[in-house]
Design a protein around this ligand. Sequence first.
Ligand code: FAD
Length: 275
Amino acid sequence: MDMPRHNALVPAPYRVGEVYRELPDTVTLRLVPESGGRPPYTPGQFNMLYAFGTGEIAISISGEDEGEGFLHTVREVGAVSTALARLAVGARVGLRGPFGAGWPTAEGSDVIFVAGGLGLAPLRPAIRRALARRSDYGRVAILFGTRHPAEMLYRQELEQWRQRLDVDVSVTVDHADALWHGNVGVVPALIARTVFDPKNAVALVCGPEVMMRFTVSALREAGVPDGRVYLSMERNMKCAAGLCGHCQFGPEFLCMTGPVMPFDRIASLFATREI
Ligand SMILES: Cc1cc2nc3c(=O)[nH]c(=O)nc-3n(C[C@H](O)[C@H](O)[C@H](O)COP(=O)(O)OP(=O)(O)OC[C@H]3O[C@@H](n4cnc5c(N)ncnc54)[C@H](O)[C@@H]3O)c2cc1C
């Protein structure tokens, strides 16, 4: 983390520049700083967003806006996320960050993005980066699982990725509807059907923890070494500056050393329940 810790605790004022309705319970907010430029960030990092009068939560950076603002995709699940998701254009929010360790660039490798549901949000900047510099990578695969076809996040962008001939995009749903002709089942099952060189592949994984467990098993089975598998570990984050300990995961403070962690570093903790 670049900034001194006391500065890291003071929210900067941002305005909502635009609200994109993704799904009935999910929006992407374009947040623009009131003064000065947007600080630099690395795909996989997060900001602490403060809904004034309600509270503050960690939200992954899901993209940038022509160098000026941050994109954040928020699902309404509780008080703070609902307050953020219902902000109107022009509303003010507090923003601290960016925080944490991001995804590796993985240049020169085959790269497999594995996302479950809202887990596509923190992966999207890394996917965009890989596709913008496509020749720096070997094979690129995007494996995405969602509950239902109607709950497909970033539907249009997925379609654009799918139309490229240099990316393997596979989408699966837990429950199909009459119009769905694609894969049905869990996202880890897609790994065995994907062509890549396991010894030279890097896997970037984000989704519910149970999905990540099965994904790690499938990647191991395919021969990907643990040190080439990266997971985004979401824990309750409060200060985001390594002070309060809410995000402690064994010896790690995930707001600082995570949320993106190489699996070989957390494998023993990952096998422990309720940690
Ligand atoms: C590094 C990091 C990145 C994150 N990125 C995002 C992001 O990009 N977008 C986003 O919407 N959220 C993200 N979260 C989750 C977010 O920080 C909040 O935990 C979540 O929005 C709930 O906060 P709340 O105060 O609204 O609800 P709370 O009052 O904390 O929770 C209300 C209810 O919702 C349940 N709940 C909490 N979190 C979730 C969840 N993720 N899915 C389903 N149910 C849940 C709780 O168990 C509780 O029952 C991230 C968390 C971390 C640590």
